[in-house]
Design a protein around this ligand. Structure first.
Ligand SMILES: Nc1ncnc2c1ncn2[C@@H]1O[C@H](COP(=O)(O)OP(=O)(O)OP(=O)(O)O)[C@@H](O)[C@H]1O
Ligand SMILES: [Mg+2]
Length: 273
């Protein structure tokens, strides 16, 4: 699935004293089978943007196209099964008496058989390392456990595009690594992932492309090495380490991921000894 935003503007509370222009003409494509990282300061419009991808918000002007068709011609419920959105702090929306029931809720509403629902619940809880929680109350879990369950609830719809709004905020490093592993696994299987994050280091690890939002506009979009090396204020720690070395040692290249960076620095050191 390819989703395209064409000059999307979004104004909250238009015509009132609380009017806010949250998106000011955003054009951006989500390509099939990619991980797109969306970064930008607080209030830059990231959450507003991603809610346009599955019709939770409609543009004040501009268009959202899914495989070339205007989303307004597609039924909301159908689209929300194909584009799964995990909200910022999704654990707030857990509601069922058991984890299993909670994760089953959305796929059941897609009209799947009970056998298929059961299979998907088992599979997604397994993928998120939460199988052992199936019979527990979602309210009696730790924050990280709740996050896993909330993400499983969206993944159980088997969306073609998974949108994660700050999925790792407030999680411990091990849970964060697990979640990044899930993102990589989904991409391998052909699911596109849109990941909003304040953590540039984790975006550097998983993203195929990066979009930088600033004040409701796209400031930059492209391959991580292009975007991160061109915009010093929006760069992960790997890029901040390498950038000052590039003048005297252009052969160091433009590594972005941690392992790549380590290899480049090792090469540089070995060359000099
Ligand atoms: N429901 C709403 N009603 C009115 N204004 C809103 C609403 N939601 C967001 N805004 C405003 O729109 C702008 C963009 O907000 P948005 O939540 O999209 O930012 P964000 O980039 O996700 O920020 P953060 O990193 O803090 O989550 C902000 O100025 C915000 O105050
Ligand atoms: Mg947000």
């Amino acid at each position: 699935m390819r989703i395209e935003l064409e000059n999307v503007r979004h104004v909250y509370a238009p015509g009132t004293p609380f009017e806010v222009e949250a998106l000011r003409g955003v054009s951006l494509a989500i390509e099939p089978e990619e991980v797109l990282g969306i970064v930008g300061g607080t209030g830059s419009g990231k959450s507003t943007l991603v809610q346009h991808l599955n019709l939770l918000l409609v543009p004040t002007s501009g268009r959202v196209l899914v495989d070339g068709a205007d989303v307004r011609t597609i039924r909301g419920r159908e689209l929300r099964g194909r584009v799964g959105l995990v909200f910022q702090f999704p654990e707030a929306a857990l509601f069922a008496p058991t984890v299993e029931e909670d994760v089953a809720f959305a796929p059941r509403r897609l009209g799947l058989s009970e056998g298929e629902v059961h299979r998907r619940v088992g599979e997604t809880l397994g993928l998120l390392g939460a199988s052992h929680l199936a019979g527990r109350s979602p309210f009696a879990l730790s924050g990280g456990e709740k996050r896993r369950v909330a993400i499983a609830g969206v993944l159980a719809m088997a969306p073609e595009v998974l949108v994660l709004d700050e999925p790792t905020a407030g999680l411990d490093p091990a849970t964060r690594e697990d979640l990044l592993g899930v993102v990589r696994a989904l991409r391998e299987e052909g699911t596109s992932v849109v990941m909003v994050s304040h953590d540039l280091d984790e975006v550097a690890e998983v993203a195929d492309r990066v979009c930088v939002l600033e004040n409701g506009e796209v400031r930059a979009v492209g391959a991580p090495e292009e975007v991160f090396y061109a915009h010093p204020t929006t760069a992960p720690s790997t890029v901040r380490v390498v950038r000052p070395l590039r003048g005297p040692h252009p052969e160091v290249g433009r590594p972005v991921r941690f392992e790549e960076t380590l290899a480049a620095l090792k090469g540089l050191l070995e060359g000099r000894v």
